[in-house]
Design a protein around this ligand. Structure first.
Ligand code: ADP
Length: 284
């Protein structure tokens, strides 16, 4: 009490207008103080969360640069070696053909990587893509030709990927956008599962939506990963610790393209090691 009187006396000398005149004013001052303190607390928490986000973004970008460097260096080194061997040695025709077809696979890999980077950067800037090439496509045929383009990932892709699609289903839109979406999902299903395990591609029309689901029996996704996989540059710890090649751009591209055509993507997985199912829905 003595201390309070002292403070009141000091306050009256410094600024008499600020001095509370009754108990209601004291309560009001306390309330204002509490509000101010809570605002400062909330601000500190927000600042901390923003800092955490920035640092995880910087870390993801560092990972991205190192994965891209690796993804570029490996096929370039192998093309370089093939070229040197072909020019410096007299090889049997069979070996020459083998070296050339291996280089072609590496070149395709490089083209895909560069395309992914270009497309994701355009999409990230909010530019819409594939508006100019609208066609009606037969889904079943398109799926089979997408598998052809992915044989470089697994030569046994035709036996491994089971496609279930009614023959007559068509879709009107950009074939390039469609190839990009389904190609990325099947590519991931191959990359993130055992070489011998089956991949199921199932197509149906459900409530005016064309639904394409890609199911694998591979490394699966944790609850945390399921929430983040569609973010640009995101790669799960399982993917990086197993040194599975990738850049963290594929699913970002899939999600953004689908949003641009009024569709969406969802993922389910019973957990790590339990496989995953990605379902892309597009207005039919
Ligand atoms: P990338 O495969 O090039 O790393 P993506 O954007 O396609 O990039 O995928 C982001 C991350 O999501 C991958 O790094 C991986 O951790 C996870 N992921 C994607 N598809 C699958 C899948 N079918 N099974 C398990 N994890 C997956």
């Amino acid at each position: 009490m003595g201390r309070r009187r002292e403070i009141e006396k000091l306050a009256s000398q410094l600024s008499p207008s600020l001095l509370p005149t009754d108990d209601t004013s004291v309560v009001a001052l306390i309330v204002v103080g509490v509000i101010l303190l809570s605002m400062i607390g909330a601000g500190t928490i927000l600042l901390f969360a923003w800092g955490q986000r920035q640092s995880s973004l910087i870390q993801q970008q560092r990972h991205f640069v190192s994965s891209v460097t690796h993804e570029l260096r490996t096929p370039l080194a192998s093309i370089h070696l093939a070229y040197e061997t072909l020019t410096k040695r007299a090889l049997p025709e069979e070996t020459q053909k083998k070296l050339l077809s291996m280089s072609l696979v590496d070149i395709e890999r490089l083209i895909r990587l560069v395309n992914q980077i270009l497309i994701s950067s355009r999409l990230d800037r909010g530019l819409s893509m594939f508006n100019d090439d609208v066609k009606t496509i037969l889904i079943d045929d398109t799926l089979h030709s997408i598998m052809e383009t992915l044989t470089y990932l697994d030569p046994n892709i035709k036996e491994r990927v089971k496609i279930e699609c009614p023959r007559d289903i068509t879709w009107r839109g950009s074939p390039n956008a469609f190839n990009m979406v389904v190609g990325n999902l099947v590519e991931n299903a191959i990359k993130y599962s055992n070489l011998k395990s089956t991949i199921e591609v199932f197509v149906q029309i459900k409530s005016d939506q064309l639904e394409i689901s890609v199911k694998d029996f591979g490394i699966g996704l944790s609850k945390r990963d399921k929430k983040r996989v569609f973010k640009m540059f995101y790669r799960s710890d399982d993917a990086t610790s197993r040194a599975i090649p990738g850049t963290g751009l594929g699913l970002f591209i899939v999600k953004t393209i689908l949003e641009q055509v009024g569709g969406r993507i969802t993922v389910t997985s019973a957990g790590r090691g339990e496989g995953s199912t990605f379902v892309a829905s597009i207005p039919a």
